[in-house]
Write a protein that binds this ligand. Structure first.
Ligand code: GRF
Length: 229
């Protein structure tokens, strides 16, 4: 943390509904998030995430990309806003912009993302559709540290659920989203407690290397050394 002993300051970047932001806010309300969300940034004016932030009394910043057409300029503005708020951890929660390498590197080991698939399977978009098309039996979500390559950073924690015979894209999306709301607050809590770190692209939990992501299943079981799928 930039200020040893201080409560970590979190900035959440989101383009959409903000249900993951809400899960983090709710965890905070329950006294289960030892960090303070001090800033929410969105590239979309109508993002539900901005409204949720305002309702919670958190500074909500809309940064329209149209005003800064070059990615470098936009990301420098982002970086300035994050620095102005003394951000310790950047939490990407459905932020639908690719970040410049420079911005990602300036938060190396201090930027998390949540992706709706069991990475490294299904990087990118339309993950639920692709899982159904491939007739896979298991699906889920992954919290990972962010590196310049998209959806490629070291995985920290996954939610895994069985794909049921009657699942369609919408039902699968809903199951995965419910799982996201469980795992993101846990991973952010670990980071805020100083238990979770990333060194040289390797995840350390309680100073032990995580050779595979920790896994939470639909029945609520947590496994630190879950077998690969
Ligand atoms: C989530 O599905 C997350 O995995 C993806 O974007 C979505 C954000 O949803 N990165 P919300 O805005 O938090 O509801």
């Amino acid at each position: 943390m930039s200020r040893p002993g201080a409560v970590p300051r979190l900035a959440v970047l989101a383009s959409g509904e903000g249900s993951n932001l809400q899960a983090l806010l709710d965890a905070g309300e329950r006294g289960n998030l030892p960090g303070e969300i001090t800033l929410v940034i969105s590239d979309r004016d109508g993002a539900g995430a901005l409204q949720r932030a305002r309702t919670a009394g958190i500074q909500a910043l809309h940064l329209p990309p149209q005003a800064h057409p070059s990615r470098g300029d936009y990301d420098r503005l982002l970086a300035r806003s994050l620095a102005d708020h003394g951000t310790d951890l950047v939490v990407l929660a459905g932020f639908m912009r690719i970040l410049s390498d420079e911005l990602v590197q300036s938060f190396a080991g201090r930027m998390l993302n949540i992706h709706p698939s069991l990475l490294p399977r299904h990087r990118g978009l339309h993950t639920h559709r692709r899982v159904l098309e491939a007739r896979e039996a298991v699906h889920g979500a992954t919290v990972h540290f962010v590196v310049p390559e998209l959806d490629a950073g070291p995985a920290v924690l996954q939610y895994r659920c069985a794909v049921r015979p009657w699942d369609n894209e919408a039902s699968l999306a809903a199951s995965v989203r419910r799982g996201e709301h469980l795992i993101y607050p846990i991973a952010v809590k670990w980071f805020c407690q100083g238990r979770l770190r990333c060194r040289d692209d390797h995840v350390l939990l309680d100073d032990q290397p995580l050779r595979a992501p920790a896994v939470l299943t639909r029945d609520g079981a947590m496994a630190l050394a879950a077998p690969p799928i």
